[in-house]
Design a binder for this molecule. Structure first.
Ligand code: NOJ
Length: 564
């Protein structure tokens, strides 16, 4: 049976991702907080979005900005209290906004009481909550770690003369899902939050929770690439099914797993409705398009091509054409700003490329996710100096290159395009001090272009601003279910300048034309009758440039036609 036209709130919803540290400070410490989000709820509601995804707000020593949790049932002091959280939920409900929290359970913080106990002795009750390798067995087989200077995921721990496993920093030890007690702990904390009334979880690196606890050498077939190996653990789907059966199936909630290392053949194993696991996941194919093969953060030399971009989206649409459901994103807190990466952040093209990307994401099949600030076209900050960066990822890679006597200059040049902090700079609210984000020095520098029109206050009254275009385009998607559920048909597959496709559902059909280039581009579309084409939205004066089925598109022009 064809599932994917079955209507669901999480298919029709538009998601707005908030990095709480960077959204709005109300306490004057330079760090965003929950009261800040509450203060901005009317604004968020005015965007027309439906769901807020909050990056982690739990108690954390912040080695990785909250992705290292020391108490899953409490709120990080810098962000506020559980009362603030309750108030946020009440205020969101009043406005019809749903809340999706981050579930970070591949690892905890080393300051979580489970790990504090676990490392005390080999016979501690919590010993088996984590992955340990006794030193008398020699050095453990190589495992890759993202944030370790030596890329070594095993850290020697003196008190018990053993190594523990950490795919991320040494302060993020991996939880041992093979232990049923760990799984029960996770299910309990999920229930705790669902019973409080949240509407779903974005599941951090959920693809890597299952490990072969014999810790063998990396099997040949992974050709030295650890990430697909991590995503192919022996009991992964057993655990996801169990989680669904014991927790998820009891609530009306949405789930979206972050799934590095998962390929198209494996995709439906996660989201085929009949398997009862997750609703959606984030693949990494677009995020690795302009990167070296097998490298998440290292830029490749050649510029990405539009045909490659189309291929990623078209193939993934095909994966979910009958079953499952896609999630669409062009950036998040781990990857650079969309307009700087897939559009063009020069003065001339910033506005139209930002609105083109919005048109794209909001006219594709799948649930669209926007990162705070994307609605006003926020851009990469492109720091010059290592001291401007706060991110553990940039710092650990910098140290590794330094240690190896590598080329730091090139690294810093590339990091202007790849660094995660590009996407984490404070929200640009107005032209006042610190752009209205905070009275105090912000935890991460604000992009100075808040003084040049990239801020909410100045865009608010402007009819054609990036912000108001976003609102209109969200409404266009809401008004036409074909843009949510309709079949997708790629046109002009080999064109390197224009992305064109049809979306059709029941008696409605739409043509989307996107000129992803700085050149005027003309295209001829044979698939539709243009005498009856009716313009729905455009970020430029499209009608003037159309003669029959021949279009002349201005740089970064985006237009949608209702067609027959
Ligand atoms: C993915 C998260 O999005 C990222 O920010 C984090 O550093 C890692 N997972 C580790 O939790």
């Amino acid at each position: 049976m064809k599932h994917n036209t079955e209507r669901k709130w999480w298919k029709e919803g538009v998601v707005y991702q908030i990095y709480p540290r960077s959204f709005q400070d109300t306490t004057g410490n330079g760090i965003g907080d929950l009261q800040g989000i509450i203060k901005r709820l009317d604004y968020i509601q005015s965007l027309g979005v439906d769901i807020i995804w909050l990056n982690p707000v739990y108690t954390s020593p912040n080695d990785d900005n909250g992705y290292d949790i020391s108490d899953y049932r409490n709120i990080m002091a810098e962000f506020g209290t559980m009362d603030d959280m309750d108030e946020l939920m009440t205020q969101m409900k009043k406005r019809g906004l749903r809340l999706v929290m981050d579930l970070v359970v591949n690892h905890s913080s080393d300051e979580h009481e489970w790990f504090v106990e676990s490392r005390k002795s080999r016979d501690n009750a919590y010993r088996d909550y984590y992955h340990w390798w006794p030193a008398e067995k020699g050095t453990p087989p190589k495992r890759f770690s993202y944030f370790d200077e030596d890329s070594n995921a095993w850290k020697y721990d003196e008190p018990t003369d053993s190594y523990y496993l950490h795919y991320y920093s040494a302060k993020q030890p991996d939880l041992k899902w093979e232990n049923p007690k760990v799984r029960e702990e996770v299910y309990d904390l999920m229930k705790f939050w669902f019973d409080k009334g949240i509407d779903g979880f974005r599941m951090d690196v959920i693809s890597t929770i299952s490990k072969d606890v014999n810790y063998p050498e990396l099997p040949e077939k992974y050709k030295g690439d650890f990430i697909p190996y991590y995503a192919d653990g022996p009991h992964l789907h057993e655990y996801l099914k169990e989680m669904n059966q014991k927790v998820l199936s009891k609530y009306d909630v949405m789930t979206v797993g972050e799934a590095p290392g998962v390929n198209q053949e494996q995709a439906l194993n996660f989201v085929d409705e009949d398997r009862k696991e997750l609703n959606m996941f984030f693949h990494f194919d677009l995020m690795s398009l302009d990167r070296e093969p097998g490298e998440t953060f290292k830029m490749r030399k050649e510029q990405w091509k539009l045909t490659e971009f189309k291929k990623v989206f078209s193939e993934w649409d095909g994966v979910f054409a009958q079953k499952g459901w896609g999630s669409l994103y062009l950036n998040n807190h781990d990857f650079p700003r969309s307009v700087s990466r897939w559009g063009n952040d020069s003065k001339t093209h910033w506005q139209n490329s930002a609105t083109l990307l919005q048109t794209f994401l909001l006219s594709m099949r799948g649930t669209p996710y926007f990162l705070y600030g994307e609605e006003i076209g926020m851009t990469n900050i492109k720091f010059d100096s290592i001291s401007d960066y706060q991110d553990i990822n940039t710092h650990s890679r910098y140290k590794a290159i330094k240690k190896a006597g590598g080329d730091l200059e090139t690294f810093l040049k590339e990091e202007k395009h790849a660094g995660r902090d590009n996407a984490r700079t404070p929200m640009q609210w107005n032209t006042q001090h610190n752009s209205g984000f905070s009275e105090a020095k912000p935890w991460l520098k604000i992009n100075e272009n808040y003084k040049e029109g990239i801020n909410v206050a100045e865009q608010e009254p402007e009819k054609d601003s990036v912000l108001n275009y976003f609102r209109t385009m969200v409404q266009v998607r809401k008004d036409h279910l074909a843009l949510v559920y309709g079949a997708y048909q790629l046109l002009l597959a080999n064109n390197e300048l224009v992305y064109a496709y049809l979306r059709s559902w029941e008696d409605e059909r739409f043509l989307v034309l996107l000129n992803f280039s700085t050149k005027r581009s003309s295209v001829t579309i044979d698939e539709v009758r243009f005498d009856k084409a009716h313009l729905i939205i455009s970020n430029d004066d499209a009608e003037n440039n159309k003669i029959d089925n021949h279009f002349e598109l201005t740089p970064y022009q985006a237009s949608i036609y209702k067609v027959f």
